[in-house]
Design a protein around this ligand. Structure first.
Ligand code: ATP
Ligand code: MG
Length: 465
């Protein structure tokens, strides 16, 4: 994309309404625009990041064997009367009446609807296990929407639901979600720590929240600092292997890590003092096992092996897709702006032309741009007629991980400069080497770049970007 043809409404001033850095940077970098309290438009570059995050979520869900679908945002109230939650949910639910005086609501979550789909179409234990999920807009009329997309009223969420014959199978589904979530967050360059939590209005006993440590987080957390050393990394996971998924859960959840609702000061005191941490965190996901809480009242049963109907064991699992955009920025920025992790960056690199209008510099930039694009990468070429300082400031603010700087002086020696946004380090190399370097960096993130062909279960998965 050429910047002169793009829509990137960068703000010069710090917006007064933004209290935390991610909100401020999202407004300044032209990612979002508020339309009403807690309701945002996603401007083109913000939309790209949102889609990248969604894409990673899909890839990891599909890899775990979960099946994507799409349910509507509007739901009939009657379904929620069946589960008893229509009255329980309270003022967070946005209630709507249609022209026929039917009670509707804008879905805050989808347990009831998915249970309705299940009971209509699944009748036998032989159809299990089954995990369906979607990524859809939700609405919760939060009492205090704030911090931009972190606590919106309308927000984008992945929510998945497992249906299993037995508690044991449902706990495997729980473990599978835990593993797939760890992988999802790591691919976004984030560390999200699973912490024992409270189940809230979803219900159930077993639940973990995934928290990104950040001073601006709304959750108070207590943990053993040793949990921050554990990574899933590149290890091979067989999602059908119950023992393996259970072992990962144990590895990640044996050390003390809890939110304040489940905090146990006595157990906490047993951690060696040097490793005891009290901090704040951003909740970017949560997994639940709730057994037959919805299947029983809503009649979601299957015929068991002995021919008798049994209510299915269920769980639900959510990732805050839109909140993640803010959470990633909270975890990765400096005083000059955003620093996108390579897995979610809207453009893989920037090209800065130091002397727009100089025939040689223009031609070199065009050539670089085309070479990167032909590999399937998307560079953002700052082709504005602006001072170098202004171009650098924009690049730093919008946070592309790599910048290629092209100027007449370097070109005389046959080189351009490749700069890391994160470290600020610059290296001179030929344009050809620069293209190869950028392509190699992104090869693991873009399996469609056939540089190091890697076996990926989801290679054929549709990419929207
Ligand atoms: P919170 O405690 O932050 O209100 P929650 O526990 O009510 O969240 P869940 O029902 O667990 O939320 O929803 C799954 C995920 O959706 C959360 O982990 C969070 O990342 C995201 N989410 C929930 N509420 C909001 C919101 N108002 N704005 C943006 N994202 C949200
Ligand atoms: Mg939650």
């Amino acid at each position: 994309m050429r910047l002169t043809r793009y829509f990137l409404p960068v703000l010069k001033e710090n917006p007064a309404e933004a209290q935390i850095v991610s909100h401020r940077l999202m407004l300044r970098a032209g990612l979002i625009k508020q339309q009403a309290a807690g309701i945002y438009s996603w401007l083109p570059m913000g939309f790209k990041v949102l889609r990248r995050i969604e894409q990673i979520v899909h890839e990891e869900q599909i890899r775990a064997g979960h099946i994507p679908m799409l349910m509507p945002t509007l739901q009939p109230a009657d379904l929620w009367r069946e589960s008893g939650r229509y009255d329980d949910y309270g003022q967070e639910m946005l209630r709507i009446r249609d022209r026929h005086e039917r009670d509707m609501l804008y879905g805050p979550t989808n347990e009831e609807m998915i249970t309705d789909i299940f009971r209509a179409h699944v009748g036998s234990y032989k159809d299990l296990p089954l995990t369906l999920y979607h990524v859809q807009w939700k609405f919760r009329d939060e009492i205090r929407p704030r911090f931009g997309v972190m606590r919106g009223r309308e927000f984008y969420m992945k929510d998945g639901y497992n249906f299993d014959l037995t508690r044991e199978d449902a706990l495997h589904a729980y473990n599978r979600h835990l593993v797939s979530y760890l992988r999802t967050y790591e691919r976004m360059g984030l560390q999200a720590i699973p912490m024992r939590a409270d189940s809230g209005p979803i219900g159930g006993d077993d639940t973990h929240e995934f928290l990104v440590l950040a001073d601006t987080g709304e959750s108070e957390v207590f943990y053993d600092s040793a949990v921050t050393d554990i990574r899933l990394g590149e290890r091979e996971i067989d999602y059908d292997d119950k023992a393996q998924c259970q072992a990962v859960l144990e590895e990640f959840t044996s050390l003390y890590a809890r939110t304040d609702e489940t905090h146990d000061p006595e157990a906490f005191a047993k951690i060696p003092e040097a490793r005891r941490r009290q901090a704040r965190g951003i909740e970017v996901g949560q997994i639940f096992y709730f057994g037959t809480k919805y299947s029983e009242p809503m009649g979601a049963t299957v015929q068991g092996p002995d021919g008798k109907p049994v209510p299915v064991h269920m769980g639900s699992h959510g990732i805050g897709v839109s909140r993640l955009v803010g959470a990633i920025i909270e975890a990765s920025h400096d005083e000059n702006g955003i620093i996108w992790p390579e897995g979610v960056t809207p453009f893989q690199c920037g090209i800065v032309n130091l002397k727009q209008g100089d025939a040689e510099a223009d031609a070199a930039c065009d050539k670089l741009y085309k070479a990167l694009a032909s590999l399937g990468l998307e560079p953002l070429y700052d082709d504005r007629d602006e001072r170098a300082g202004a171009k650098f400031a924009t690049m730093d603010l919008i946070g592309l991980p790599w910048r290629i700087t092209v100027g007449p002086r370097g070109l005389k020696n046959g080189v351009v400069e490749v700069t890391s946004r994160k470290t600020g380090e610059s290296v001179e190399m030929t344009p050809k080497e620069a293209v190869a370097k950028i392509a190699a960096i992104y090869a693991p993130h873009h399996p469609q770049l056939d540089l190091h062909p890697e076996p990926m279960a989801n290679r054929s998965f549709h990419t929207w970007l």
